[in-house]
Design a protein around this ligand. Structure first.
Ligand SMILES: O=P(O)(O)OC[C@H]1O[C@](O)(COP(=O)(O)O)[C@@H](O)[C@@H]1O
Ligand SMILES: [Mg+2]
Ligand SMILES: [Mg+2]
Length: 333
């Protein structure tokens, strides 16, 4: 029997992330490869965290550290491991001159002052789900620095505003591990094939359904929510929409992005400005939302139009299918 290229065992594995990045880079004659390398460094750290997440229960990576981060939240071991792994990959990769992380109060200087880019990151999103084997993620946002190359980066490099992001994305560690990112044109998803050690293009040019029937919010805070939000949620219930809330922003966003839906984290008594952080949760997902036809708002303005003034500031977040978000905004008006 002759084995041809179409034989099931000879079929192509698909487009790897590396090959996709290279291909995209050729589309931009002025591209110098630094952003491509930075994306590869993030993918590498993602592969390592994929490995740690998958064996967290076996190597005592579950549980807290007994210390609190700048948010006043107890830091989980995996929060810190992810923070170390991503910081190290960005330091060694040489393309990021500084990092803002959920797990550290101040700027992390990588020493790569020659580098053009800065990264804001949520190394491990959905920390409350780490110990219970529920999907968690990593969120990242990339800016071209505004301070001169060769100098020490400053706050200004990080507080440029969501529309100045040159790339953003997330890695979802779920039943499979998927990297979804955009460099400002469209958004693509790459599923990790651990047997090859490669991210493979699995979700090209993701487009969010204009409408949906899934709503995601912490119902336990219902009494805290403003009347407009409560009215919107009871309208969802009346319409027999499906309530789905994983408690990991990345996982809830990803599901709604593919199926159509809305994620809400309104202001609460505990978090009058909302819980989620602007620089490394809301801005990057709002950037992706813009590329996939979703909408991201505070209820009053587009998330991407917020003028940031501090590294760990919070914001209300309503994000998802445009018809649903506009409907919600109608209730808030
Ligand atoms: O437990 P709550 O109040 O519903 O909050 C859940 C939300 O908080 C987060 O866990 C915050 O992110 P971190 O886990 O990175 O701190 C989101 O992922 C999630 O959507
Ligand atoms: Mg988070
Ligand atoms: Mg986190």
């Amino acid at each position: 029997m002759e084995i041809t290229a179409s034989h099931p065992l000879a079929l192509p594995v698909g487009v790897t992330l590396d090959r996709y990045i290279m291909h995209r880079q050729t589309a931009f004659p002025y591209a110098t490869g630094e952003l491509s390398q930075l994306l590869r460094d993030i993918a590498l750290a993602g592969k390592i965290i994929h490995r740690e997440v998958n064996r967290a229960g076996l190597i005592d990576l579950t549980g807290g550290m007994g210390i609190q981060n700048v948010q006043g939240e107890s830091q989980q071991k995996l929060d810190m491991i992810a923070n170390i792994r991503f910081s190290r990959a960005l330091k060694n990769g040489g393309e990021a001159c500084a990092i803002i992380s959920e797990e550290e109060e101040e700027i992390i200087y990588t020493g790569n002052n020659h580098a053009k880019y800065v990264v804001a990151m949520d190394p491990l999103d959905g920390s409350s789900n780490i110990d219970v084997n529920v999907s968690i993620g990593t969120i990242f946002s990339i800016y071209r620095r505004v301070t001169p190359i060769g100098t020490q980066p400053t706050m200004a490099d990080f507080l440029q505003g969501g529309r100045r992001q040159v790339a953003a994305g997330y890695i979802l560690y779920g039943s499979s591990t998927i990297l979804v990112y955009s460099t400002g044109h469209n958004a693509n998803g790459f599923t990790y094939d651990a047997s090859l050690g490669e991210f493979i293009l699995s979700h090209p040019d993701i487009q969010c359904p204009a409408d949906g029937q899934i709503y995601s919010c912490n119902d336990g805070n219902l009494d805290d929510y403003e009347p407009g939000v409560q009215a919107y949620l009871s309208a969802c219930r009346r319409k027999k929409y499906t309530a789905r809330y994983i408690g990991s922003l990345v996982a809830d966003f990803h599901r709604n992005l593919l199926k159509g839906g809305i994620y809400l984290y309104p202001p609460t008594k505990k978090n009058p400005d909302g819980k989620l952080r602007l620089l490394y949760e809301a801005f990057p997902l709002a950037f992706l939302a813009e590329m996939t036809g979703c909408v991201a708002t505070t209820g009053q303005q587009s998330i991407l139009d917020i003028k940031p003034d501090s590294f760990h500031q919070r914001t209300p977040l309503y994000i998802g299918s445009p018809v649903m978000v506009e409907n919600l905004v109608g209730f808030l008006a």
